[in-house]
Design a protein around this ligand. Structure first.
Ligand code: AMP
Length: 428
């Protein structure tokens, strides 16, 4: 027999870990609601051109990591699984005429992304992102608002020591002159440039700055800095983002080498790290301003900013920092019965309790009462509802498994009794 496994670079989120993701998603949903974001879902795949245009041809994400879907012969289009959510959301913004809505349009989504990456710890081919996008506001105040929202997500999730790195990567007014300076600098060191970087230099010199090649570390440390080449408008924008962050008390550090891997960013770029882990190329999340993207994807010139926070890495860091993180989700009560064959009665009582909103398991195994109660204890249930002869005149035994006590309760009062006990247990 063949033995099947999840594809390389993917993993199953088993219930314990899924519960951690559920919790992170609830935190994300609560925060985005408070900050005025509305949920959106876009397809997990798009026309490949949405990513090629929207992310840029000379990026790792498009050059090497795009999961392309082979089209059937009768379909002319070529598709790809989404490597990040921004391009698809902006495509939807343009397609549905959202520029006629009050601006900014604030959208959020959480779900799986796909990159044909080399798998390693914290780097998967399918991973989850919590994403927000605010389209139609040039900033700078909203830049700080979004960065603060990202930082708060980590705080509420319980990740300790998250630091924000920020930079400005200029705009079409000032970036060309900076890139010319950068190209001249790297050409002056062509003899030490690894071949892949030499090739990139002529096509997208900015990318050399966030190269993962160790041979580039020293060279990049001495490279010209974009923050020394910003035009007046970009410099004022960046100064204001920093002033807003300070006013909000968000801890941040300016990192001139932070350029982000995607082409469409302008001005503000930021990443979140756990202090001390920067060297591992393991950003917890990142984002930036993309004032050129809406136009690139066929809309009117419209500014925008957003972030994508990786949930897999948050879950990893929570474990590293010693949070077991599994919320208790055992049943409040298990319905057991003296007659092993009478699954109808057990299921009927459990169904009524569930309809009343209670977390209840019916023991549907045809085994002796003693065994049923043992299993209820292992489940972590607080109560066992025991059906016996008294059921004929509308009564059951209610056993408190934690206290070891038992009493007779009317079937009609059962839901109310259990709800009250649960309230008491939660708050007592
Ligand atoms: P990026 O758009 O590359 O900056 O990604 C944003 C965030 O998504 C990163 O900071 C990571 O937390 C997460 N992420 C990106 N790529 C991967 C991957 N291959 N596996 C797991 N998480 C990832």
């Amino acid at each position: 027999m063949a033995s099947f496994r999840a594809p390389r670079g993917t993993r199953d989120l088993l219930p314990d870990e899924r519960a951690v993701f559920d919790r992170l998603q609830r935190i994300a949903a609560g925060l985005t609601q408070r900050y005025g974001y509305r949920s959106i879902e876009t397809p997990l795949f798009e026309q490949a051109a949405v990513f090629e245009r929207g992310i840029g041809e000379v990026t790792d994400v498009v050059e090497k990591e795009l999961f392309r879907i082979a089209p059937r012969s009768e379909e002319a289009e070529s598709w790809a699984l989404r490597p990040e959510p921004t391009a698809g959301i902006v495509r939807a913004y343009v397609q549905h005429g959202m520029q006629t809505l009050p601006q900014p349009v604030k959208l959020t989504t959480t779900g799986p992304m796909f990159r044909y990456d080399r798998p390693q710890a914290g780097r998967y081919r399918q991973f989850w992102q919590f994403d927000v996008e605010a389209i139609g506001d040039p900033g700078p105040a909203i830049d700080a608002e979004i960065i603060e929202l990202g930082h708060r997500f980590y705080t509420e999730a319980g990740v300790a020591g998250v630091e924000v790195l920020v930079n400005s990567i200029g705009d079409p007014a000032c970036r060309p002159a900076y890139i010319a300076a950068l190209v001249a600098y790297y050409r002056g060191h062509a003899d030490v440039l690894p071949p892949t970087e030499r090739d990139r230099l002529e096509r997208n010199a900015l990318r050399l700055l966030d190269s993962k090649d160790p041979a580039m570390t020293e060279l990049n440390a001495a490279a010209p800095r974009i923050t020394d080449h910003l035009c007046e408008a970009c410099a004022a924008h960046f100064a204001s983002v920093k002033a807003h962050l300070e006013a909000l008390g968000v801890p941040f550090r300016v990192e001139p080498g932070l350029v982000r891997g995607l082409d469409y960013y302008t001005r503000t770029a930021f990443e979140f790290y756990v202090a001390g882990r920067e060297g591992q190329q393991q950003a917890l999340g990142g984002g930036g301003r993309y004032d050129g993207l809406v136009e690139l994807l066929g809309g009117k010139p419209t500014p925008g900013i957003g972030f994508g926070l990786g949930l897999d890495r948050v879950a990893l860091v929570l474990v590293e920092q010693g949070h077991a993180g599994v919320p208790a989700d055992g049943p409040l009560a298990v319905v057991a019965g003296a007659d092993p064959e009478d699954t109808v009665a057990r299921l009927r009582v459990a169904t009524d309790l569930r309809a009343a909103g209670l977390r209840v398991r019916a023991d549907l195994g045809r085994r002796k009462l003693g065994r049923q109660l043992e299993a209820a204890g292992k489940d972590g249930a607080h109560f066992a509802v025991i059906l016996g002869d008294e059921l004929a005149d509308g009564h059951v035994q209610l056993r408190d498994l934690l206290a070891g006590t038992q009493r007779v309760v009317g079937v009609d009062d059962l839901a109310r009794e259990l709800a009250r006990a649960e309230q008491h247990h939660k708050h007592g």
